[in-house]
Design a protein around this ligand. Structure first.
Ligand SMILES: Nc1ncnc2c1ncn2[C@@H]1O[C@H](COP(=O)(O)OP(=O)(O)OP(=O)(O)O)[C@@H](O)[C@H]1O
Ligand SMILES: [Mg+2]
Length: 409
């Protein structure tokens, strides 16, 4: 199959050219004409009772790129992704994948074409009576791949998402996050060129969601798939996207790198979206925190250090609220000074909440202590480690103006 090379020389795999999608009984009638004349989604709807899903949408995705479509509910993200594998017919324009005019594909050709696209949705339904590995290989089964071969591919995919050990489990034994991983494994099992991910992580808890983002980025670094990823969360978009496309009312408002979106918003709409983002606020505490290690005072120095590594852990009360912090370095010095281990525990520690903005807490990294992250009830739900905070600040460094890095030096 031929590939298209865009003007700047990068190999491009998906291209939408002036695509319109109108929903209604006569999509190609007056509604399309008005949309082409530049009327907005609301104006077209008021005049014709037709819904504009996409209006004059053009973008291209490069091979190996993670391209994120971001926008509020109803902005046309799902409509756009669905035109790429022809789950939707377009009303006007052109969709090219790997040089193929998608709109012209029918029957067997279309089926074959779709096999090169892995799709992952927000709510991924597993067959409850099939094992994890059979669920993973389901797409391959539909394609007529024999059992040995599909088990091999499924196991490889499950290993990639960290679920190899659960191959023979039943879906009911998996958490929501793990089930979503099976969705990703199913998409990966047929070794697609392109992954289409529609709000794939949106239903997950912040912590699990961040883990999934990390894993997906690691898988992406290894396999170099092309990923078209949809989210309505700007944090997620900026975190994982090589480029981000912001949509509003079926139209594209801006396409750019996370940097460009943040520093050169194309319109007031984008500026408003990112206004809270410019000072490192792009990140919620929940996106930086990691699983807390819980310890108790009866543990030996060895057990404590095994549990907390080079970091720290918290003692929690019967309601799960943090009461004392113990840092590895204090365990060492208590052991060396012969002070007794109790001296390593301290009721003085800082606390923040999962939904707080990262810029309000990053200065704490300078204290060299881990921060407790609590939920609305004061329960310990995560920790912020100084080294993770510094790493995160380094990652967004280029996005942030005037950030006082001396704090960490
Ligand atoms: N099958 C359909 N029939 C009629 N209208 C539709 C259909 N699918 C989508 N639309 C309309 O097209 C517009 C874009 O919808 P779309 O699902 O693409 O939005 P979205 O950005 O994915 O939103 P969300 O974040 O809620 O998933 C909306 O106004 C929606 O009501
Ligand atoms: Mg959608």
């Amino acid at each position: 199959m031929s590939t298209t090379t865009s003007a700047n020389g990068a190999d491009e795999i998906i291209r939408l050219e002036n695509v319109y999608k109108i929903f209604g009984p006569q999509p190609r009638g007056r509604a399309l004409k008005l949309a082409k004349d530049g009327l907005t989604k609301n104006e077209v709807q008021a005049a014709t009772d037709h819904v504009v899903g996409m209006t004059d949408v053009s973008f291209e995705v490069k091979r190996g790129e993670t391209f994120v479509l971001m926008g509020l509910s109803g902005s046309g993200k799902s409509t756009a992704i669905r035109t790429v594998n022809k789950l939707h017919d377009i009303t006007d324009g052109k969709v090219l994948v790997d040089g193929t005019d998608v709109q012209r594909l029918e029957g067997q050709d279309l089926q074959k074409f779709r096999q090169k696209m892995g799709m992952v949705f927000q709510h991924f339904a597993l067959f409850p009576h099939r094992s994890v590995i059979d669920n993973t290989g389901y797409g391959l089964k539909v394609q007529g791949v024999d059992k040995d071969q599909r088990d091999k591919a499924s196991l490889e995919a499950l290993n990639l998402v960290g679920l190899g050990a659960f191959a023979n489990s039943s879906p009911s034994e998996l958490s929501g996050g793990m089930q979503q991983r099976v969705g990703l494994a199913r998409a990966l099992a047929s070794d697609p060129d392109v992954l289409l991910m529609d709000e794939a992580f949106s239903a997950l808890d912040p912590l699990i969601r961040r883990q999934m983002q990390d894993e997906m980025m690691a898988i992406q670094a290894e396999l170099q798939k092309t990923i078209l990823f949809i989210t309505h969360d700007l944090n997620e978009a900026l975190r994982i996207g090589d480029r981000v496309c912001i949509m509003k009312d079926g139209a594209i408002v801006q396409v750019g790198t996370p940097d460009e979106i943040l520093t050169k918003p194309a319109t007031g709409y984008v500026a408003e979206f990112v206004q809270d983002v410019d000072q490192g606020r792009v990140i919620d505490v929940s996106t930086v925190m990691t699983q807390p290690v819980k310890v108790d005072r009866s543990m030996s120095a060895k057990d404590l250090l095994t549990a907390i590594g080079d970091d720290g852990g918290f003692v929690v009360d019967s309601d799960g609220r943090p009461t004392e912090l113990v840092m590895a370095k204090d365990v060492y010095s208590a052991a060396t000074n012969g002070d007794g281990l109790g001296a390593a525990f301290s009721a003085e520690f800082d606390t923040t909440t999962a939904d707080a903005k990262f810029n309000h807490v990053y200065a704490h990294a300078g204290k060299g202590k881990i921060l407790a992250v609590t939920d609305g009830d004061g329960k310990l739900v995560g920790v912020l480690k100084p080294k993770d905070m510094i790493e995160e600040m380094g990652r967004v460094e280029s996005l942030i103006d005037g950030f006082e890095r001396e704090v960490f030096m």
